[in-house]
Design a protein around this ligand. Structure first.
Ligand code: CTP
Ligand code: MG
Length: 229
């Protein structure tokens, strides 16, 4: 029985516009509906805690998807604050040592095969695991003047995706410790790494992309148009 925390309390500043990107209309449904479908249609996922902004006017109040519970709670100023709030709000019967998934609301194209592999490998790891993909581009280190200082080796560099899979209490503690230390945390794994833990990298599909800019939305619309052919 796995629960997922879905942070959806961001404002989508880089996307722009008044409507936060997780609520944009895609084929007549809000973007987040695709994300919730991808999670809850998987047989191992039991329920989802959606973390929404305190003054959210756009959440449509679904309380079940595929017959499974969709609960909500209020998030915080940073993504890590929202995830911590979501972990705290999970039902009491989600045990402290149970694995939970954290998955961005703005990442609607998660494949079941990726989730299968993450759960298979991650639940067998003492710490947990994340989906990720190797860096493909050549990396440049810029100087203050915008000129290139040097080329950085990309061997062993990965792009971190979600879902990320960790034990409920261990992740809560790691996020709270980072918060107390005033360290900005950009994914769950980073909080665990700060504790000296070494999560497993699980290679995932590169089409599990996050919607950050309008170009990403156009890509997702294209993916959907291909899905229904
Ligand atoms: N998120 C959240 N709480 C925050 C910030 C982000 O729950 N305080 C969520 C977003 O809603 C999104 C996910 O975390 O589903 C990934 O974050 P990101 O892509 O950075 O979304 P935003 O923060 O909304 O976008 P931006 O950084 O461009 O403002
Ligand atoms: Mg953000």
């Amino acid at each position: 029985m796995i629960w997922a925390v879905v942070p959806a309390a961001g404002r989508g500043a880089r996307f722009g516009g008044e409507l936060p990107k997780q609520y944009l209309d895609v084929g007549g449904r809000p973007l987040i509906a695709y994300t919730l479908d991808a999670l809850l249609s998987h047989p191992s996922v039991h329920g989802v805690m959606v973390v929404i902004a305190e003054n959210d006017r756009f959440w449509r109040g679904m309380d079940a998807v595929a017959g499974k519970p969709v609960l909500t709670c209020s998030g915080g100023a940073e993504r890590a604050d929202s995830v911590l709030a979501g972990l705290n709000a999970l039902p009491d019967d989600v045990r402290a040592d149970e694995f939970v998934l954290v998955h961005d609301a703005a990442r609607p194209n998660l494949a079941h095969a990726d989730l299968d592999r993450l759960l298979d490998l991650g639940c067998g790891d003492p710490v947990g695991a994340i989906l990720a993909a190797p860096v493909r581009d050549t990396l440049k280190r810029a100087g203050d003047d915008g000129g290139i200082d040097r080329t950085e080796p990309r061997e062993r560099l990965w792009r971190a995706y979600t879902p990320q899979l960790f034990r409920r209490m261990q992740l809560s503690r790691a996020l709270a410790a980072a918060q107390a230390a005033g360290v900005a945390i950009t994914d769950e794994s980073m909080a665990m790494e700060r504790q000296g833990l070494r999560p497993l990298l699980v290679e995932g599909r590169e089409d599990n992309f996050k919607i950050t800019t309008p170009a990403d939305l156009a890509r997702f619309e294209f993916v959907l148009s291909q899905r229904h052919r």
